[in-house]
Design a protein around this ligand. Structure first.
Ligand code: ADP
Ligand code: GLC
Length: 492
């Protein structure tokens, strides 16, 4: 199958969160299954710099009249097969400071509707044959940034020269909370026919919603865990779109994200001072060394016996960070240490900084984005904190599992699907892999903390749970097979 993956980010070229990890790993996983997968990306500077041998493919008109170019090249990552990549050449839209979505003052760019409509638009042009050498059979759009692609394709199928266009469309929700909502007067820029701006279309309370376009017009929908697929059909977690999601539930599949073994593997991770792995709980000396070096590097007390809690995260409301802040005293009172890496909301950055300043030997806070340190935290940590309010899938708990830094998570979304609580029963059956709490409050969170400390005191039990966590399968082959099924359905 010829499959075009459309996303705004892709690891290792450009990443603000888990979307990039998935967008980077899925094409390779599909290729490993013998599929002909390519990617389409906006020409952000980091992407243009990272795609090799870029050469012009064709020019095309944006719906608002400007002319842009499409180029193609390949992404070569150490040891992995090259991924063929299309890049939209539009420096006026994409060559800007800040992150892909916001300026340096963290404000969304005022023309984001154009910047991301163009991504969906270019995907639809490729579906219609813009590159005579390669035409996708399936267009797979990720998150609101790419969500207009299914709408453009749906309307192209209805009228004009592309009436018999045969291309399946798949839309994946990585996070329903970010919807790409714009003022109604921007609709005229999008190049969609009038009827698209309708309750049965992308109109959302009088506004334009890119997310709704994807959910309404794609042939098949997926999201990144089975539990989140159910949650988003409820008013509590549906972000205003649960009605539509219930209506489309027959087209919706939850496919759990996986872990890219080439990037996240404690046995071969170049960021770690010493690798480790665990056939039956052995060969773990490297982990102790990683912890000692990490404590030293972060200025924490170099105590092998102090359980080290780590957190690698965007600092936003989603991630439940006020529970972590409120629980720091309890964590320190029980002899633990906390190392956090993250960036995001200013008040959270400041609150964590203050806690580190007050207890530098026990709390380390690094504000910013640092891929290497993220790996080192999973390598040296004992417990990975992910107490999210909601979590479509979550990757850091899966990295925590793989690196033997046991996840402490709230039972929600993909966290519920990936972590098994260390209850006596699950310990006995050998299923336990971490600590899970239910209610989004301090009492439940702190109970889970206490259970983590208690297990840590029982070294043989800790090692057993850790070994089980590290062996939990999280390979991409399973997820890729499920996506391939969905692609087939989208073409029916
Ligand atoms: P989300 O996509 O909601 O941010 P995920 O858990 O799915 O959450 O993915 C987060 C990804 O971003 C992981 O790969 C994590 O390691 C990485 N990450 C988050 N914050 C940072 C940071 N400050 N520095 C380095 N990596 C980070
Ligand atoms: C989103 C979600 C996260 C998920 C990631 C990759 O950013 O917040 O839970 O793991 O996408 O699918």
């Amino acid at each position: 199958m010829r499959i075009l993956q459309v996303s705004a980010e892709l690891f290792p070229l450009l990443k603000t969160g888990g979307l990039a990890d998935i967008a980077g790993a899925l094409p390779l996983a599909l290729m490993a299954e013998g599929q002909d997968a390519r990617v389409l990306l906006p020409g952000f500077p980091a992407i243009v710099a990272g795609v090799r041998d870029l050469a012009p493919v064709a020019d095309f008109n944006a719906p608002w009249g400007e002319r842009f170019g499409l180029r193609a090249g390949h992404i070569a990552i150490d040891g992995a097969p090259a991924i063929r990549a299309y890049v939209i050449d539009a420096p006026a839209l994409y060559d800007r400071p800040g992150n892909p979505y916001e300026d340096t003052a963290r404000q969304p760019y005022a023309d984001n509707h154009r910047r991301f409509a163009l991504l969906g638009w270019a995907a639809a042009q490729l579906a219609k044959g813009l590159d005579p050498a390669w035409q996708p059979e399936v267009v797979h759009a990720h998150d609101w940034h790419a969500a207009l692609a299914p709408a453009y394709i749906a309307f192209a199928r209805q009228a004009g020269p592309n009436r018999d266009l045969r291309v399946g469309t798949v839309f994946t929700v990585h996070n329903l909370a970010y919807q790409g909502i714009f003022a109604p007067w921007h609709f005229t820029d999008l190049g969609l026919p009038g009827p698209a701006f309708h309750m049965n279309g992308l109109e959302y309370h009088g506004q334009v919603s890119f997310m709704k376009a994807g959910l309404y017009f794609a042939d098949r929908l997926t999201t990144v865990s089975p539990t989140y697929a159910l949650e988003i059909q409820t008013p509590e977690q549906g972000c205003g779109l649960d009605g539509l999601l219930r209506q489309r539930s027959g087209a919706l599949t939850g496919i759990l994200n996986a872990v890219d073994d080439k990037v996240w593997n404690p046995a071969s991770d170049a960021a770690l001072v010493q690798g480790y792995h665990t056939p039956e709980g052995r060969h773990m000396a490297g982990k102790a060394r990683c912890k000692a070096v990490l404590q030293h590097q972060l200025g924490l007390a170099e105590r092998p016996d102090a359980p080290l809690f780590i957190l690698v995260s965007r600092l936003t409301e989603q991630k439940g960070l006020h529970l972590v802040l409120g629980g720091i005293d309890a964590l320190l009172a029980q002899g633990g240490q906390l190392a956090l890496l993250g960036s995001g909301e200013a008040w959270l950055e400041e609150a964590f900084r203050q806690r580190a300043a007050a207890a530098p030997e026990s709390v380390s806070v690094t504000i910013g984005y640092n891929e290497t340190l993220a790996h080192q935290l999973f390598g040296g940590g004992d417990v990975t904190l992910v107490p999210s309010l909601f979590e479509p899938c979550g990757l850091t708990q899966m990295y925590g599992l793989k690196y033997g830094s046991l996840p402490l998570v709230r039972r929600v979304g993909g966290l519920a699907d990936t972590v098994v609580d260390s209850t006596l029963e699950d310990m006995a059956s050998g299923e336990a892999t971490g600590f899970v709490f239910d209610r989004f409050d301090a009492a439940d969170y702190e109970r889970a903390l206490r259970r983590a400390f208690a297990l840590y005191q029982r070294a043989p039990d800790w090692r057993r749970v850790r070994g089980h966590a590290m062996r939990r399968p999280a390979d991409w082959a399973t997820a890729a097979a499920q996506y391939i099924d969905v692609y087939r359905q989208s073409m029916e």
